[in-house]
Design a binder for this molecule. Structure first.
Ligand code: DP6
Length: 366
């Protein structure tokens, strides 16, 4: 598919008004997206587990305007007007207008809330942008008067939602549909695309079903360096090409791991990915460090616990100090005991969030 496939031929009617609601989850990358070209095209393939507890719920009220000159919208987070969210959404609307040409014809009231605290350091851009993209797709469906409920129609809907979400925030395209989602064209994954996320198409061993992710909230502060800037620093980065090609190799290795259920190899791969991501930050120009002392304390305790117990607990990191502790469902009770006894003390206010792999976004009926 190309960008052209997402340009609609026209709408059957511009209905006066309506309301749509979607809830969309966050996701945690196993192979990391870090580095992009213009218009949110990733430099390397990535794959993530979709989460279920950490999500954004967004309602969009739309009302036809008399004129269609500018974008017109208000944004609310937890019923509070958020003027500071507007520039990001304005940029998003500009990027996607060619694909959803009804945007200037309506006034939108966007009401959003997250199930995780805004200050938790958990990025809300993936869940937030995917929820908004899905709301826009539902509006497009209403304007197109599409009754087609076939599998092909639903696949197109999800693809275009993922395509739009990507233009809001790259990782958001992995939050639309599926438990394991691949984004970025790579030989290892048939059907993979730079334009949208696709469900991982191969068999997955039962060891990885309902995998657990406990997010340790190490630092709730604002990041010193945004992901957007971090991506930019991959331009001219001395190790960029090697890193991009490593991500393709990791995808091939992960395919075998997911098939055979090799938990030790899985841990080796995800921890290497997490530390490589942070190594790229530390070797950028300018360099920066997003890990905190407690991030390292926790990592060392996880390694010690793994060594002593033989349990399959590993970690990954996002672009921040928080640690995602990943482990199979079968080991949940023992690992949670360990987290409570030994790791919680390193979290701000001893706070952590227990999450599980989920299946993607869902429309909420009025
Ligand atoms: C480290 O998707 O937040 O979480 O496309 O600029 O919005 P933008 O960046 P974003 O980057 C996420 C980077 C990451 C790795 C990942 O999720 O793959």
């Amino acid at each position: 598919m190309t960008e052209q496939d997402f340009i609609p031929k026209g709408y059957s009617e511009l209905i006066d008004s309506g309301t749509v609601t979607w809830e969309s989850p966050s996701n945690i990358a196993l192979i990391k997206y870090w580095g992009k070209r213009d218009q949110q095209i990733p430099e390397n393939p990535s794959i993530s587990f979709t989460l279920s507890a950490c999500k954004t719920i967004t309602t969009v009220d739309y009302e036809k305007k008399a004129t269609a000159e500018d974008f017109s919208f208000e944004v609310f987070l937890n019923d509070e007007k958020k003027a500071d969210f507007k520039p990001k959404i304005e940029t998003f609307f500009k990027r996607i207008e060619g694909y959803v040409p009804f945007l200037k014809h309506y006034h939108f009231t966007i009401k959003t809330q997250n199930t995780f605290p805004h200050s938790s350091g958990i990025a809300s851009s993936a869940s937030g942008m995917s929820a908004l993209a899905l709301c826009l797709m539902s509006i497009e469906k209403a304007l197109s008067n599409i009754q087609d409920e076939s599998e092909a129609a639903s696949e197109y809907f999800n693809r275009k939602a993922s395509f739009l979400a990507r233009l809001g925030s790259g990782s958001a395209c992995r939050s639309v549909a599926g438990d394991l989602v691949v984004w970025g064209q790579t030989q290892s994954i048939a059907g993979s695309s730079n334009l949208f996320g696709v469900k991982y198409p191969y068999s997955v061993h039962k060891n990885f079903k309902e995998y657990q992710d406990t997010i340790l909230l190490i630092d709730k502060g604002e990041k010193q360096v945004s992901s957007t800037l971090g991506h930019e620093l991959m331009y001219g980065h001395p190790y960029a090409e090697a890193r991009f090609s490593q991500a393709h190799d990791h995808m091939e290795m992960l395919k075998t791991i997911l098939k055979t259920g090799d938990l030790q190899a899985f841990i080796d791969l995800i921890e290497s990915e997490a530390l490589t991501l942070h190594a790229m930050m530390m070797t950028s120009n300018p360099y920066f460090i997003l890990m905190k002392p407690h991030t390292l304390e926790v990592i060392n305790l996880i390694w010690k616990f793994r060594e002593e117990t033989g349990l399959h607990v590993g970690f990954t990191l996002d672009a921040g100090a928080n640690v995602h502790v990943l482990y199979p469902k079968a080991e949940k009770d023992l690992v949670l005991e360990f987290i409570e006894a030994e790791l919680a003390a390193y979290c701000k206010d001893e706070a952590y969030i227990c999450d599980t792999v989920g299946l993607g976004a869902q429309q909420v009926n009025p």
